[in-house]
Design a protein around this ligand. Structure first.
Ligand code: ADP
Length: 439
């Protein structure tokens, strides 16, 4: 309504000035010139308002200057907008300050970097944990300041869903760090660094405890087993049956201790071993062991369709592969089939053990590699398992940068796949012949 009235007033002013100009011009005998002068005066008034508006917009003043006619509502609305903008800016500044204070107070280090690892911002804890200096290090490459090869490789290669665990702080080796990275907008990533020294210490205490207990148990168990192997159940008359059970359980205990020691050794291994492991002989041995364990109860088949070898620890890989094969033999009922495969699957080399056993319900699959996790307690104990086999497999594969994939259908069977990335592979024969051998 006010806008409308203001426009009306402007038009009225235009008409009045034109009419006055016309009247004066007519009185002077120059009606046309008179009207043109009236219109020119109106245009000059509008130009004055425009200049005022321009000057005010260029200034930082909050209150708009006085305006006339149709200009009044324009000035008013621009003034309201300017005030609202200032309020919004203040609110944003307060929110930004609050965010900065919160980020500063965080015990975790936060560093904003771009795709080329250039540092854009970091908080106080990042200074302490990574030894960064403010403002000198803003604009520098993070990998020039944190030079640990593990960190540089992790940040460069990923997969960044996985955190980097146990990185020594550049300033103090005793401080152990856990690093995560999150992409928060295109081209930018946020690195979160946490001090996990206490957690790592507790983890070390746990590992040492398990290793020491296993070690201490090994000697008495070896002695007990030795005596038990020397005795014959028939010599014990009515206690013969009990003795057989004791001997079985004592052997099982010895296996558990051996597996726990293997796990402790794998956990303590800091540097991955990168020997060349010839796959054909290794798979041949595993096949023969499986056939001996099965004693003709299963149909066991080995297919080799790649000549690639592995880089790693032959002993650990043998242990991991035979754990999978022993499980397949143990859990597959008599007459079932077991297939061992060494092949390329897209970019990865894959050793699979597939069986036609009972299968595993899907809800158990994510927890299968936990120590002592069992699908069915009675089934695994009857089979003589220790509950540590798949935990060993997972550890061996992790230490080789490989992963375990499990597919299983209840009533149909299971497939355990060890997937090795390119960096674990060694191409022995450049010709790369392909064959399938049925053993
Ligand atoms: P265990 O010594 O009990 O076999 P593992 O860690 O090797 O311990 O395996 C964990 C559990 O996974 C087993 O108890 C068993 O229930 C299940 N499992 C492993 N392999 C197979 C398989 N090939 N078929 C069916 N179940 C399996």
């Amino acid at each position: 309504m006010t806008h409308f009235r203001a426009a009306e007033r402007s038009i009225a002013l235009l008409i009045v000035l034109a009419a006055l100009g016309l009247l004066l011009g007519w009185l002077l005998g120059q009606a046309g010139f008179g009207m043109a002068a009236g219109l020119l005066l109106w245009a000059a008034l509008q130009l004055r308002q425009l200049l005022r508006l321009q000057r005010w917009l260029a200034s930082r003043r909050m209150h708009a200057p006085e305006a006339e006619g149709a200009w009044q509502p324009i000035f008013d609305s621009l003034e309201r907008r300017r005030k609202a903008d200032r309020r919004r800016r203040r609110r944003l500044l307060i929110a930004l300050e609050a965010f900065r204070d919160a980020a500063r107070a965080l015990p975790d280090g936060i560093i904003a970097i771009d795709d080329s690892d250039t540092i854009h911002w970091f908080n106080k804890s990042a200074k302490r944990l990574l030894g960064l200096r403010y403002p000198a290090d803003v604009g520098n490459h993070l990998t020039h300041l944190v030079r640990s090869p593990r960190f540089v490789q992790w940040l460069g290669e990923g997969p960044l869903d996985d955190p980097l665990i146990d990185l020594p702080s550049p300033g103090d080796e005793r401080v152990r760090l856990l690093c995560r990275v999150i992409g928060y907008r295109p081209g930018f990533r946020m690195l979160i660094v946490r001090d996990v020294s206490n957690l790592m210490r507790l983890e070390q205490i746990r590992r040492d405890f398990v290793a020491n207990v296993s070690h201490e148990l090994r000697t008495p168990l070896t002695v007990i087993n030795g005596y038990m192997e020397a005795l014959e159940p028939e010599e014990l008359g009515e206690f013969g049956g009990l003795f057989v059970q004791m001997r079985q359980q004592s052997r099982r205990m010895a296996h558990i201790v051996e597996d726990l020691l293997t796990l402790s050794r794998l956990e303590a291994q800091s540097m991955p071993i990168a020997d060349q492991v010839a796959m054909r002989p290794l798979l041949g041995t595993i096949l023969r062991d499986a056939q001996a364990l099965s004693a003709g109860r299963h149909q066991i088949e080995l297919c080799v369709s790649t000549e690639l070898d592995l880089l790693g620890s032959g002993k650990d890989l043998h242990s991991a592969f035979s754990n999978l094969v022993v499980n397949a033999v143990r859990y597959t009922p008599d007459g079932g089939q077991i297939r061992l495969l060494w092949e390329m699957r897209e970019q990865e080399a894959c050793f699979s053990v597939c069986d036609t056993g009972p299968g595993i319900p899907s809800q158990h699959l994510p927890r299968l590699t936990e120590r002592f996790y069992r699908v069915s307690n009675s089934r695994s104990r009857d089979s003589g398992g220790t509950g540590l086999g798949l935990a060993i497999v997972k550890h061996v594969l992790n230490s080789h940068g490989a992963r375990l994939g499990i597919e299983s259908r209840v009533g149909e069977g299971s497939c355990f796949r060890c997937l090795f990335p390119k960096k674990c592979l060694h191409d022995r024969s450049a010709t790369g012949t392909s064959e399938s051998a049925l053993a």
